[in-house]
Design a protein around this ligand. Structure first.
Ligand SMILES: NC(=O)C1=CN([C@@H]2O[C@H](COP(=O)(O)OP(=O)(O)OC[C@H]3O[C@@H](n4cnc5c(N)ncnc54)[C@H](O)[C@@H]3O)[C@@H](O)[C@H]2O)C=CC1
Ligand SMILES: O=C(CO)COP(=O)(O)O
Length: 337
């Protein structure tokens, strides 16, 4: 199967997914709003800031013009940071109106919109009306771009309410090192994907403070418990949280030096300020904004999320991390389930 695919967002994940789709025999256009990055990708086939020591396929063409990137595309894959999804989708809508095409949409972003608490698929559905597109599928799971760049084994899930669309996405991405499952639980997959970044900030901080494996395993397990509670309040399938988008992504993000969220937490634990961490990362740390959105959302829905609350207090209210940990530990004893 081969088709024309436009990938929007040329950071570490967008560029590596674009390269994978190119490798799978598709005609891929990669859009970035940064003309310098487009030049480097087309002339040197590198993307040094986002992916060191990697050479992209010569048939992968980058564009800074959205219309050029979208022309002829039957699939559009969004991989911009969550905070940019609405504005990029608004621009895509205008171009699709001009082009009179109706592509299927996929997104691989992990976050919740500030203020509206919308999931990424909800933002896309709002900004790009159904008459301009086919169905929306979410691609998510334990998948650091750095490992996919090495063609290391990676398993993810493709979630859509349209089973045929999920299967189609599965076929587009599957290859000898990238295996894709399908899932109909879009809500659960998107909530799990967004909120695991909060927990990765936490395990990173534990690492920075010198805590051991027991503490990190505890945080990941109890973190997943509260993420599942929030998911359940939206009608998510509990099984999703035991799957690739749930436990799988908590493990990869909550334990890996490749994770920007884990690294950010690590630096916070070692004493850097949040602003210093953001300024030096140079890439998106989705968990910072997601912590605020999830904290507010949990309050609004009456869902108990003590870990998210503690991380919110550290990030946004200047609470000392050790005090936050101690307060969590000294909560009244309770039943695990
Ligand atoms: N890096 C990874 O391994 C993975 C990342 N993700 C998710 O993919 C999404 C993108 O992440 P990365 O590629 O890692 O981020 P990144 O920080 O590496 O790159 C972000 C890209 O978006 C562009 N961008 C930023 N603001 C923009 C705007 N307003 N309009 C248009 N483009 C804009 C940047 O120029 C850059 O090319 C995030 O939601 C992340 O959680 C998901 C799975 C794996
Ligand atoms: O989502 C990811 C891996 O599945 C990437 O996590 P980071 O954004 O923390 O690097």
């Amino acid at each position: 199967m081969s088709e024309k695919i436009a990938v929007l967002g040329a950071g570490s994940w967008g560029s590596i997914l674009a390269n994978l789709l190119d490798e799978n025999g598709n005609e891929v256009s990669l859009w970035s709003y940064n003309p310098k990055q487009v030049k480097e990708l087309n002339e040197k086939h590198t993307n040094t800031h986002y992916m060191k020591d990697f050479t992209y396929s010569e048939t992968l063409i980058a564009y800074s013009d959205l219309k050029q990137a979208l022309t002829g595309a039957t699939t559009v894959l969004f991989v911009v940071p969550t905070k940019a999804v609405r504005s990029v989708a608004g621009d895509v809508k205008q171009v699709l109106e001009e082009l009179q095409t109706k592509p299927q949409l996929i997104h691989a972003s992990k976050g919740i919109e500030q203020g509206t608490y919308k999931r990424v698929s909800e933002i896309l559905a709002e900004e790009i009306p159904a008459e301009l597109r086919k169905s929306i599928t979410v691609l998510s799971g334990p998948s650091h771009a750095e490992d996919v760049a090495k063609r290391d084994i990676t398993l993810v899930t493709a979630a859509s309410t349209d089973a045929d669309a999920a299967k189609h996405v599965q076929q587009l991405f599957m290859n000898r090192y990238f295996r894709v499952y399908t899932n109909s639980d879009v809500i659960g997959v998107e909530i799990a994907a967004a909120l695991k970044n909060i927990i990765a900030l936490g395990t990173g901080a534990l690492n920075g403070l010198g805590y051991g494996d027991n503490a990190k395993a505890a945080l990941m397990t109890r973190g997943l418990a509260e993420i599942s509670r929030l998911g359940a309040s939206f009608g998510a399938n509990p099984q999703t949280f035991t799957g690739l988008a749930g436990v799988g992504d908590i493990i990869v993000t909550g334990t890996s030096e490749n994770s920007r969220n884990y690294r950010a937490g690590d630096e916070l634990g070692k004493g850097q300020s949040l602003q210093e961490v953001i300024d030096t990362m140079g890439m998106v740390i989705e968990g910072v904004a997601t912590t605020k959105a999830a904290y507010e959302l949990a309050k609004q829905r009456g869902v108990e999320m003590p870990i998210t609350g503690a991380i919110y207090q550290v990030l946004y209210e200047g609470k000392d991390i050790r005090t936050a940990i101690s307060d969590l530990m000294m909560r009244e004893g309770r039943s695990e389930f």
